[in-house]
Design a protein around this ligand. Structure first.
Ligand SMILES: CC(C)(COP(=O)(O)OP(=O)(O)OC[C@H]1O[C@@H](n2cnc3c(N)ncnc32)[C@H](O)[C@@H]1OP(=O)(O)O)[C@@H](O)C(=O)NCCC(=O)NCCS
Length: 156
């Protein structure tokens, strides 16, 4: 998958699966998602990234402007026994570089993630977003996501 998007917006972006050379750019974006995401163990981080890239049902997408990675989202396709054994998709770790927000990058990334899920045969796409991220909630709602369930989390 490699598609040029964003024609009507200022930024001309492309969306593609992440490759091994994207690690540093991804880590810079994840710190913008939460300062607590700073990677403190390079070997552990590299191992996790390699595992993600070889996991068949996990799709780590990046949005690029030229060679620059400006956004990302992770899509996990979950095999399933309900809904006549139809898979579903979970989105996680969606972030656009803080200097590029409000220009349609996020919308196009989300479109690519949802398209990927539909192409994989999923019957739904879901995501969690922390209560305080009201801007992000507006962004997802504008796309068509409905806040239709209550999320529960148990942190270790
Ligand atoms: C939420 C986010 C991914 C949206 O990406 P984006 O590229 O800014 O989104 P788009 O430009 O496609 O759409 C912008 C819309 O999202 C909303 N929005 C949310 N956060 C915004 C921000 N920081 N700046 C501008 N618009 C923002 C606006 O309402 C805007 O709607 P409009 O186009 O009708 O004005 C991005 O703002 C971001 O990375 N935020 C911080 C991390 C985060 O909250 N991630 C989601 C975790 S669940």
């Amino acid at each position: 998958m490699h598609r040029a998007v964003g024609a009507e917006r200022p930024a001309v972006i492309a969306i593609r699966p992440a490759t091994p050379g994207d690690l540093d750019a991804l880590l810079r974006l994840y710190v913008q998602l939460s300062a607590g995401n700073a990677a403190t163990d390079p070997a552990r981080t590299a191992n996790a990234f390699a595992a993600m890239l070889r996991t068949p049902n996990l799709h780590l997408l990046v949005a690029t402007v030229g060679e620059l990675v400006v956004g990302t989202v992770t899509v996990v396709i979950v095999p399933n026994l309900t809904h006549n054994a139809t898979p579903w998709a979970q989105l996680e770790n969606m972030v656009v570089d803080e200097t590029r927000r409000g220009k349609g990058v996020g919308q196009q990334l989300l479109r690519a993630a949802v398209d990927l899920a539909w192409e994989a045969g999923c019957y739904k796409v879901q995501l969690q977003s922390a209560n305080e991220r009201e801007d992000a909630h507006r962004f997802y709602a504008a796309f068509g996501f409905a806040p239709s369930s209550v999320g529960f989390r148990l942190y270790r």
